[in-house]
Design a protein around this ligand. Structure first.
Ligand code: ATP
Length: 424
């Protein structure tokens, strides 16, 4: 096995080096620990000379005692057992490059059913690596003093990093866990790798299993793609391999949406907030398609709004092309449309007069509110009841159209509209 000790020292940042050094010290001091390895994506990134993310460690032996000792030496709070046999050390505020260190007990996993969560059993580092998704993620480097820097690579991940290829460890991989199809796309695009031909074939054969994933799991995977800077390429690849259609038959990402999203990566011109990105991504879906996607994602309210808002806006937007439309009429049309969908339409919709109205609504009209409130109306003797809301609405429209400007004018208008039999 090659020795990669150089990657643990000169190629790593000071913070990583400090953690690796502490791992070596602790593992030699604790009898209950047989082996400590840095493992998974960080090994791949160190080999590729990319800035790695958080630190994942795999321990053979007592991972709980090991993680407690590591947390104490770096001055972090006691680790949480975040999942079965996994301990998370929060490093925010202690390190700048690393926000957390995950320590797992080396384990093997079996899947009782496709797309179910795995059953876990303590095991060796080799078995631990064999439960992973792709060969390039199935490598570990030993942090034990006796074999410091030794690469453990049972599936020749090193060779696949060199060949720039994403390859599953075994033929049943996507059947066991169809979220790996999303992961294949993310890694291929993010690393600039190709997907190995047999792996592509296995993806095609297992697309039907995406159906077996819960709405939440599919939504989480979709969100991870959406939040990546290379999202356009990832969506293109997802479309190409049939993943989008496997999520929901109505899910397609239109050319307009792709164009706007690619402009964004170049110019950083649009918001990268999730609801805004989602509304652009779903631009062009009709009402039925949007509803299907919401259902498939088991979407919470904010997601639902961003997904269905475009179709809702499309129904009314043409009215905004009329000349001489009063601001109060614009507000009336757009009042119930989610803001992310309005922003998406401005970016992806046709360059018709409506666009100016949408911009005006977004920048100005939506913020115009009367100065008076219900208490002001009660104070001048207007009786409690639905009439209060109706009068405020009349004032709001008048204010939007510039017919009242001061608070006194607003009050006067409200009073003048009060039916005579209600005045004192
Ligand atoms: P990043 O966090 O930057 O996306 P990563 O490779 O560190 O990349 P994580 O999602 O943090 O990815 O997972 C850490 C490691 O756990 C992976 O490298 C892989 O070895 C393993 N892993 C994660 N998810 C799966 C999965 N669904 N199936 C098998 N192994 C997985």
């Amino acid at each position: 096995m090659p020795n990669l000790s150089q990657l643990l020292t000169s190629k790593s940042s000071d913070e990583y080096q400090r953690v690796f050094g502490l791992c070596r010290d602790i593992s030699s001091e604790l009898d209950s620990v047989d082996g400590v390895y840095v493992v998974g994506g960080i090994v791949r990134d160190l080999i590729l000379d990319r800035t790695p993310g958080d630190i994942d460690l795999s321990v053979t032996g007592d991972a709980k005692a090991f993680s407690a000792e590591l947390a104490s030496r770096i001055g972090a709070p006691s680790p949480d057992e975040s999942q079965f046999l996994t301990f998370k050390i929060g490093a925010t505020g202690i390190f700048s490059d690393v926000s957390s260190i995950d320590v797992v007990t080396a384990r093997s996993e079996t899947y009782a059913d496709s797309a179910a969560l795995p059953e876990v059993e303590v095991s060796s580092i080799n078995h631990d690596l064999k439960r992973r998704d792709f060969t390039v993620n199935a490598m570990a480097i030993s942090l034990m003093g006796s074999d410091w820097g030794t690469l453990v690579d049972p599936k020749n991940g090193f060779g696949d990093v060199m060949r720039k290829r994403i390859k599953v460890l075994h033929d049943g991989s996507f059947v066991d866990d169809p979220t790996r199809i999303f992961r294949a796309v993310r890694y291929a695009v993010r690393l600039g790798f190709g997907i190995d031909s047999r792996t592509i074939e296995l993806i095609s054969k297992s697309l039907a299993n995406v159906d077996r994933l819960s709405g939440t799991r599919v939504r989480n995977e979709f969100e991870l793609v959406l939040m990546e800077s290379n999202r356009v390429e990832m969506f293109r690849m997802s479309e190409e391999i049939g993943l989008l259609a496997a999520i929901s038959p109505g899910l397609r990402i239109g050319t307009k949406a792709l164009k706007v999203l690619s402009d964004q990566s170049e110019q950083e011109a649009i918001s990268t907030e999730l609801p805004d990105l989602l509304a652009i991504t779903m631009f062009g879906l009709n009402e039925d398609e949007a509803k299907q996607v919401v259902q498939r994602f088991d979407a919470p309210a904010a997601w639902g709004e961003s997904i269905t808002g475009n179709a809702q806006l499309a129904k009314h937007v043409a009215v905004l092309d009329q000349a001489n439309l009063a601001p109060s009429e614009v507000a009336e049309i757009l009042r119930t449309i989610p803001l992310p969908s309005i922003k998406a339409y401005i970016l992806a919709g046709p360059p018709l007069p409506r666009r100016e109205k949408l911009v005006e609504y977004l920048e100005k009209i939506q913020f115009i509110k009367p100065e008076i409130n219900g208490d002001d109306l009660l104070a001048v003797g207007i009786p409690q009841g639905p009439i209060i809301g109706q009068l405020i609405d009349i004032v709001r429209r008048a204010k939007l159209d510039g017919k009242v400007s001061t608070k006194q004018e607003e009050l006067d208008l409200a009073k003048s509209r009060l039916p005579g039999f209600l005045t004192k």
